[in-house]
Ligand binder design. Sequence first.
Ligand code: MN
Length: 206
Amino acid sequence: MSALKKYELPPLPYKNDALEPHISAQIMELHHDFHHKGYVTGANAAVEKIEKVVKGEVSGYDWAGIVRNLVFNLNGHRLHNVFWNNMGPAGSKGGGKPGGKLADLINLQFGSFDKFKQIYSELMKSLTGSGWTILYYDEESGKLTFTTVENHFINHIVDLPVVLLLDEWEHAYYLQYKSNRNAYLDAWWNVVNWDDAEKRLQRHLR
Ligand code: MN
């Protein structure tokens, strides 16, 4: 049996300032080094707590609180892992339009990329409070589908592979965009790494 491992904070796949001017280096640094790290630490602590309960080392524990804490931190970790890779520097890896099978599906379901962008932007801007907008691929229907996720887990569709996601928590934009979240959401299109989204889709096409 292989050894049990702890969750680890992966390095960003680019430099802190790689997404400027759309997302500032200061935001990327704090977002990754503080917020994402916090979820990794929290996920490890939650797992450790569960292990102590299993070993009978804790009395008076609260399962509802323990698992909520686990899901909050573990989903926080896993969502950010995808989020970093879903983006890239504007003009090289980021921005433009999707190609490949993702473009085919978008054209089939929405008629054009511009129509998809309009609908998806409306969805992004409809989220209230902290959360995510997520584009999934549903193998059962052969279609793209999407949702907004509140917090890190409410309204999440189970077991559908994520193609593309966007962090809409205040820590993702406030230092730069203040209360103008829509400006951040509009700017995000410039750093979308469509090649990464295509790769995630390709793993699940038959
Ligand atoms: Mn975040």
